[in-house]
Design a protein. Structure first.
Length: 173
């Protein structure tokens, strides 16, 4: 039996070599995997919740959108478009993966996000795995000097708030 909808911190699998470096958050939505995937990718600008600890750019998060199947971008209020990361996998109704690289990351720094959509009865489990945070130095501005576990808890909380909003705005219904 799966625990009720809520924050889950482990296990982190799906291509993750070091589970200590992975944040895992999941919830169920009352729709098909295909519709949940479509809502996730086509309506991200409606449900994404910025976090003041982890802004995408120094000017804020803007409005997120997937640029087709190529990249996750954000449009800032002044019209500037910033590429957050390249899409590395796009399988409608199954899996979405992309790089996550806020503006404060150096050229070689990136984290990775994998979202899976799994039918569970008449619902869909939407699981987010965000890994690579431990590769970002603790003294980096994006980590605020937090130790590894605190960084991961904060990232998990940030994803949880966004997924809760995803469910609230319809989650694909």
């Amino acid at each position: 039996m799966e625990p009720p909808t809520g924050l889950l911190q482990s296990p982190c699998r799906e291509g993750q070599s070091d589970v200590r470096s992975c944040v895992f958050v999941a919830l169920r939505v009352k729709t098909s995997p295909e519709r949940a995937f479509d809502a996730f990718t086509q309506e991200i600008g409606l449900w994404w919740r910025p976090d003041p600890l982890f802004p995408i750019t120094p000017r804020g998060d803007g409005v997120l959108a997937f640029d087709g199947e190529g990249a996750l971008v954000t449009r800032l209020p002044d019209g500037t478009v910033f590429e957050i990361g390249k899409v590395t996998e796009w399988r409608r109704g199954q899996k979405l993966a992309f790089n996550w690289r806020p503006a404060t990351f150096d050229q070689g720094q990136t984290t990775n996000v994998e979202i899976t959509f799994e039918a569970v009865g008449s619902e869909t489990r939407v699981s987010v795995r965000h890994h690579g945070w431990l590769e970002i130095p603790q003294d980096h501005v994006a980590r605020h000097g937090f130790p590894d576990q605190i960084t991961q808890l904060r990232v998990a909380d940030w994803w949880w708030r966004s997924l809760a909003a995803f469910e609230e705005v319809g989650g694909g219904r």
